[in-house]
Design a protein around this ligand. Structure first.
Ligand SMILES: C[S@@+](CC[C@H](N)C(=O)[O-])C[C@H]1O[C@@H](n2cnc3c(N)ncnc32)[C@H](O)[C@@H]1O
Length: 300
């Protein structure tokens, strides 16, 4: 299949997504292309290339077929333990104190931003990660109702986002969720369970191409341009080339608020890159903090 059309398609997809196709990934990509050619009953890759370039829906279908969407609830549980037991209580204390201080200084309502918690799940796949974050936040904050919690979850794959938005998961996929949380946050049915409104209303799913974020395009979350307090970007970077990974680390740094945190996947330690994050060593897992002076003048 080593023809000019194949190279052009590969280059086009790489330019659009930054996904890297080396080694066995290249042959998988070839197979997927061949499948699309057959499914669409086309004469070959040249005809497929014309359709791909002209049709956003074909681009979407191809991206759905080539992305690796493996995920599960409470993947890397240590990260969620640390979020619940350390990060959320710390944020609650810092923000709560800032609010009280403003009130004491005579600002009647304090500052609403003090109690806004913005979390991004970048490369959220079918939603297990952002829903795990939502349950953890509800468990970890002492006063969740006092917060404006925004969990923004984005992925390249429309198919994945559709599943995530539905919020329904078959029984076999629920196994990472502790029973206590399952009964508290989900409605059971014969073949699975659906997240309750209390959890769903915290999450907003949207199409996100990290390539656009790396290019510095405005973030697709139109509801706010505020930076994120916490970003989960796990098991996504590994699919990019190393120069793109460095760019992604830089881009993530720029969208995280001072004092905010970055969670990466087990195979994505940041020491291979140049960056200004501080590793949170005591967590015993891959969590990084953007240190500096936060919006409340506290050094974090
Ligand atoms: C292996 S899954 C990881 C899911 C989840 N973060 C986790 O750790 O369980 C990787 C996800 O990244 C998404 N992805 C790949 N390239 C992307 C890009 N350029 N922009 C946004 N999402 C992307 C894929 O569609 C896939 O759903």
């Amino acid at each position: 299949m080593a023809d000019a059309s194949f190279d052009e398609i590969r280059q086009y997809v790489q330019d659009r997504t930054r996904l890297s196709f080396s080694g066995h990934k290249l042959s998988l990509f070839q197979k997927k292309l061949q499948q699309r050619v057959e499914e669409l009953s086309l004469s070959g890759l040249s005809a497929y290339k014309d359709i791909l370039l002209a049709s956003p829906s074909e681009e979407s279908a191809l991206l759905d077929s080539i992305t690796t969407n493996e995920t599960c609830f409470f993947r890397n549980p240590r990260q969620f333990d640390y979020l619940r037991t350390h990060i959320l209580p710390r944020l609650e204390e810092e923000r709560g104190n800032a609010s009280f201080r403003r009130l004491a200084q005579g600002e009647l309502s304090g500052n609403l931003n003090d109690m806004r918690l913005r979390i991004l799940s970048a490369g959220c796949s079918t939603g297990e990660e952002p829903y795990t974050v939502a349950m953890t936040v509800l468990e970890g904050l002492r006063y969740p109702r006092a917060w404006d919690i925004q969990i923004v979850a984005g992925d390249l794959s429309e198919c994945c986002l559709e599943i995530a938005r539905r919020g329904f998961y078959e029984t076999a996929r629920l196994k990472g969720i502790p029973n206590k949380l399952l009964t508290k946050y989900m409605d059971n049915s014969a073949d699975g369970a659906t997240f309750k409104e209390e959890v769903r209303r915290l999450t907003r799913f949207m199409r996100l191409n990290l390539n656009d974020v790396m290019r510095g395009d405005s973030f697709p979350d139109t509801s706010s341009t505020e930076p994120f307090d916490i970003v989960f970007c796990r098991n996504v970077m590994i699919y990019f080339s190393s120069s793109c990974q460095q760019q992604l680390v830089d881009s993530l740094y720029s969208i995280i608020a001072p004092g905010g945190y970055l969670f990466t996947g087990d195979a994505e330690p940041l020491h291979l890159f140049s960056h200004d994050f501080t590793p949170v060593r005591e967590a015993g897992c891959l969590i990084y903090r953007k240190t500096g002076s936060n919006a409340h003048g506290q050094t974090v």
